[in-house]
Design a binder for this molecule. Structure first.
Ligand SMILES: *Cc1c(COP(=O)(O)O)cnc(C)c1O
Length: 405
């Protein structure tokens, strides 16, 4: 019998990181603003901006910090409404609360994407900004979202924490809205343990976010633009905001940047492997009458490192029995709405105003299953996982048939 694959370990960090980390340890040069120029964090920003085709990038302590700074950089009036999907991670409504804004949850459908009817209804004139959280890398209908938001001049922030490498009509996710935010936490495509980065083409937003992230005094001069020049529109914006903004000191350390930079060239391979693995397992799961992997939207090319699927025709009891059956076969399944205090179930976000029933999202959260699928897995491991899920579902449904007979 083959052993259950380890789905928790990340890929090793490329060896190239070691020499740079040794250099940093030897010199003690860990703070991004000590060196006069070209600190690892500044180089990471330049390389990431180049990779994404964005003008400006700001590396910070987490994607949550990037979302928070994005809202602050937009200079929204206190208590502005910010639309977010009802299916996301608790860090997203938290970032809205930190920014003194009020999150408004938009219903999500069985395919994990924003319900456009509910979005349209909630996109009223008093909405200050929209955060599109591409949860688990599932892209909502960005064409419809951008058309509606542009018509009302409402800025869109993309929470692309889990979408690095995803394309929409061939365009990189995170570059469609005004600001894109990404995570370097260990469960994401680039792993530094912790970290985040935001990108934008807007010099005003870039300058405000850089200062508030902790570029005190004239440290903003150490920020590079993609081609290494200090563009004058950025310098003008810095001059305008000098000494006018609070500092939140949520910077990234040089050590984290040194761990991320050698992973950038790995990204294309990770995305290709992740998508191939995902689609292979999805094909196997969809052969079961009890499991359904929703297809991507037509313009979307995904970059997954986990798989989500819905149980078809299962009661709550059967859903719990399925989790146990899969576990017995060696594979852990998370059902977002069924585990106690799950951070992705909106009813546990008791730090925001109650949002009413959101029935579609609730139904989805009670039947949607989540299984990790690290991009390094090989065919036999993928087949092991798929078999555990398909057979686990059959175990439950066969038992139901026998007891009914
Ligand atoms: C991981 C994640 C976050 C939070 O990222 P951190 O870097 O841990 O703050 C936010 N949104 C989504 C969709 C995520 O997957």
């Amino acid at each position: 019998m083959s052993l259950a694959p380890n789905v928790y370990d990340a890929e090793p960090i490329p060896d190239a990181a070691r020499a740079e980390i040794d250099r940093l340890l030897a010199s003690g040069d860990l703070f991004r603003y000590t060196a006069p120029s070209d600190a690892p964090v500044a180089l990471l920003e330049a390389e990431f901006a180049e990779l994404m085709g964005a003008k400006y990038a700001l590396a910070v302590a987490s994607c949550s910090a990037a979302l928070f700074l994005s809202l602050k950089a937009l200079d929204l009036p206190r208590d502005s409404k910010v639309l977010i999907p009802a299916f996301t991670f608790a860090a997203v409504p938290s970032s809205v609360v930190h920014a003194d804004c009020v999150p408004v949850l938009v219903d999500v459908t069985a395919n994990y994407r924003i319900d456009m009817q509910d979005f349209k209804a909630k996109l009223t004139q008093d909405v200050g900004a929209v955060i599109i959280s591409h949860m688990r890398g599932h892209t909502s209908d960005m064409d419809a979202i951008m058309t509606l938001c542009e018509a009302q001049n409402i800025p869109v922030i993309e929470d692309a924490a889990h979408s690095l490498g995803t394309l929409w009509h061939g365009k990189k996710i995170g570059t469609i809205g005004k600001i894109g935010c990404f995570s370097f936490q260990s469960y994401k495509m680039l792993n530094a343990g912790e970290g985040g980065i935001m990108i934008t083409n807007d010099p005003e937003i870039a300058a405000r976010a850089v200062i508030m992230s902790g570029a005190y005094e004239h440290n903003w001069k150490k920020h590079k633009t993609p081609r290494g020049e200090n563009s004058s529109e950025l310098a003008d914006a810095f001059a305008r905001w000098q000494n006018k903004l609070p500092l939140y000191n949520t910077r990234l350390s040089n050590l984290s940047a040194a761990i991320i930079r050698p992973q950038l060239p790995e990204l294309t391979r990770r995305v290709t492997d992740g998508l191939r693995n995902h689609d292979y397992v999805a094909g196997l799961l969809n052969q079961s009458p009890w499991l359904d992997v929703p297809p991507p939207l037509e313009p979307e090319t995904r970059a997954p490192d986990s798989i989500q699927f819905n149980l078809v025709g299962f009661s709550d009891e059967e859903t719990i029995a399925f989790q146990l059956a899969a576990k017995k076969r060696g594979v852990s399944v998370q059902v977002f709405g069924l585990s106690e205090d799950n951070a992705r179930a909106f009813w546990n976000w008791q730090f925001i105003p109650d949002q009413g029933p959101l029935p579609q999202t609730r139904d989805m959260l009670m039947r949607a299953c989540d299984t990790r699928l690290p991009v390094r897995l090989k065919r036999p491991e993928l087949e092991f996982i798929a078999a555990a899920l398909v057979d686990g579902a059959a175990d439950v449904k066969d038992a139901a048939k026998t007891s009914a007979a």
